[in-house]
Design a protein around this ligand. Structure first.
Ligand code: AGP
Length: 609
């Protein structure tokens, strides 16, 4: 989604704005702009396309000034053009606004303003706010923003500058992330931490409904009624390196290879082998509530949804609780059956996904118990649920989610183990044994990563195909779904996944020499059935590839290519089996010259419907 940066201090703002925007590129965008107050008024630069286009323009003739705001836009209303790029000004060009989110009622207000003689230059909803603030402005900028925002419905993170106030940035959020960075003699505003981590580790997370006044040496937060709010300062431990590529060609490859480390972080401090139990108190649902619940609904989007499907197996097989996994965008409109004995779990790497946030809010309104498994500290969803189990995989910059997937699956297993234990369905010995297997997952993943050569060879063969079918069964059907999503979102090859047993009911008609099949066929209770499915596939001349358990020679006799992974208990296998599929998608995409970290049309966090 869009990225916002703001600065006020004693350094040229343009340099810091451009640096901050470059660290937000991963969020996906199609135009960019900055505005600086230069003593005579506002100096605004905007360009479509990649940030380097704006950087070229700024380098030639940099705006001068010690206060400014910047924006990378991911088009929602109006095509990616310079006119639609942010910042947007009022008619007199005395103030500028940058905005992330969607104002649902902008057209109604736009028509009202046009009737009052306002001339709009862009097709955006954001420009409406600039004119509305100008119309409400009588000298107090924060009050004008407050009045304007009280008219707007929808999600926003905004920053505003006015030429009458060269010492003041105003920022506000509702539904989209926005933080303050507190420096020595300088302060920042940003959509996300990497944008300002080079300059400060002291962060203030704004909350929905907050309006902040930010000056060089002070800051204050108010609500929409103008009442001052207290906000804690958080010290961020992330090193900037953690948000950099760390020597890999792409963030995504770094994040795939980080998984042994990040999974150890997810599990760290939560596995009590001695006592035969897990520690997930921060999940926030009491043991008494866990004993009482009669159904679990998992709500999520995309990769998080597929991790949820693994969680469904865990909760049903271990805790014997009826569990469903809903697309968040469907759940919120479906009039779901939810009551006080329903546990709704929101899964989200960003914690800002609009559809999942809305689903959680709907669940709260219906009186359900809500909890979340998230990655980004302090994100909106963490404030909408009873508790949050953080997966602790560090910043995930690549738009295609990888370490957050395994982090979510591991977190779900911990919660399911604890739930099963408090409900008396598993013993301390079973928990101890499962934790012992989880302890080995980082090294099993390391072994899988070592198969990179075979995976690169496979990618070289696969990258010319235009379609691909993934197959899986049982707890590895979600693995196939996730593998297919990775391939399609990174290489733009059409890929879909099916339960292996479903293929005969129609889709097998698709198969021929131009339609390769990739099956997750590691040792499991359903291995033999998967093997016979693969024989059916091979008989249709389709190139057949399988993930197999190391040492499985039978498989190699049936399929064309095997990528081997270490033998793992079935319940653990989704954590390991997904890794070769992540690597495969990555290498097919790089072979095709695709933009791996910022695939076309995608955004890292979908904070609009
Ligand atoms: C996955 O690779 C995609 N980037 C996308 O499907 C993503 O998983 C989805 O938008 C959910 O994001 P979240 O986990 O931040 O809520």
């Amino acid at each position: 989604m869009c990225g916002i940066v703001g600065y006020i201090g004693d350094t040229q703002a343009a340099d810091l704005l451009m640096e901050g925007l470059s660290r937000l590129e991963y969020r996906g965008y199609d135009s960019a702009g900055i505005a600086v107050l230069n003593g005579n008024g506002l100096d605004i630069r905007r360009e479509v396309g990649k940030l380097r286009n704006l950087a070229k323009e700024v380098a030639v003739n940099a705006p001068k000034g010690l206060i400014g705001i910047g924006h990378t836009r991911w088009a929602t209303h109006g095509r990616p053009t310079t006119t639609n790029a942010h910042p947007h000004t009022d008619t007199l060009g005395q103030l500028v606004v940058v905005h992330n989110g969607i104002f649902e009622n902008y057209l109604e207000i736009k028509h009202e303003l046009i009737k009052d003689g306002v001339i709009f230059l862009s097709d955006t909803d954001s420009e409406v706010l600039a004119h509305l603030v100008a119309r409400s402005y009588t000298g107090d900028l924060r009050l004008a923003v407050q009045v304007a925002l009280s008219r707007m419905h929808g999600s926003y993170a905004i920053a505003v500058l006015h030429q009458d106030h060269p010492d003041l940035l105003v920022a506000a959020r509702n539904g989209c992330p926005l933080i303050l960075g507190i420096g020595a003699e300088e302060n920042f505003i940003a959509s996300d931490i990497p944008a300002i981590l080079n300059h400060t580790r002291q962060i203030i997370y704004l909350e929905d409904g907050d309006i902040a006044e930010v000056r060089q040496r002070s800051w204050s937060v108010f609500n929409l009624q103008g009442e001052r709010q207290h906000r804690d300062q958080t010290t961020i431990e992330w090193s900037l390196v953690a948000a950099e590529k760390g020597g890999y060609d792409h963030f995504m490859l770094k994040e795939i290879n980080e998984q042994p480390t990040t999974l150890a972080q997810t599990l760290g401090g939560r596995m009590g082998e001695e006592e035969g139990r897990v520690y997930v108190d921060e999940f926030g649902i009491t043991d008494e509530q866990l004993r009482r619940i009669r159904q679990i609904v998992i709500v999520a989007c995309g990769t998080s949804h597929y991790a949820g499907l693994v969680g469904e197996y865990y909760f049903e097989q271990l805790a014997r609780i009826p569990t469903t996994v809903e697309y968040a965008s469907e759940f919120r409109y479906r009039k779901p059956v939810v009551d006080g004995d329903t546990l709704i779990i929101g899964l989200s790497q960003s914690g800002e996904t609009a559809d999942t946030l809305a689903a959680i809010r709907e669940a709260n309104n219906l009186g359900g118990l809500t909890a979340s498994i998230l990655n980004v500290q302090g994100s909106a969803m963490s404030r909408e649920t009873q508790g949050t189990l953080y997966m602790r995989v560090g910043p995930e910059i690549g738009v295609a989610s990888t370490k957050a997937y395994t982090g979510t699956v591991a977190s779900l297993l911990l919660v399911a183990l604890h739930t099963a234990q408090v409900r008396g369905h598993v013993t301390a010995d079973f928990v101890r044994e499962t934790l012992g297997s989880l302890r080995q997952v980082p090294s099993w993943i390391e072994e899988t990563l070592a198969e990179v050569g075979a995976i690169q060879d496979l990618a070289a063969m696969l990258h010319t195909f235009r379609n691909c079918l993934y197959l899986g069964r049982g707890v590895n059907y979600p693995t196939a779904l996730e593998g297919a999503l990775k391939l399609k979102e990174l290489s733009y090859i059409h890929a879909e996944a099916l339960p292996a047993g479903e293929m005969k009911h129609g889709p097998i008609a698709l198969l021929d020499a131009d339609f390769p099949v990739i099956a997750v066929a590691t040792k499991s209770a359903v291995y033999d059935k998967t093997l016979s499915n693969l024989k059916e596939v091979a008989a249709r001349d389709a190139v057949t590839i399988a993930l197999g358990t190391r040492g499985d020679e039978r498989l190699a006799e049936v399929v064309d290519r095997v990528i081997y992974v270490p033998e793992t208990p079935e319940i653990i296998s989704p954590l390991v089996n997904v890794v070769p599929l992540q690597l495969l998608a990555y290498y097919v995409a790089t072979k095709k010259g695709c933009d791996v970290d910022q695939p076309r049309n995608l955004a890292k966090s979908v904070t609009v419907e």
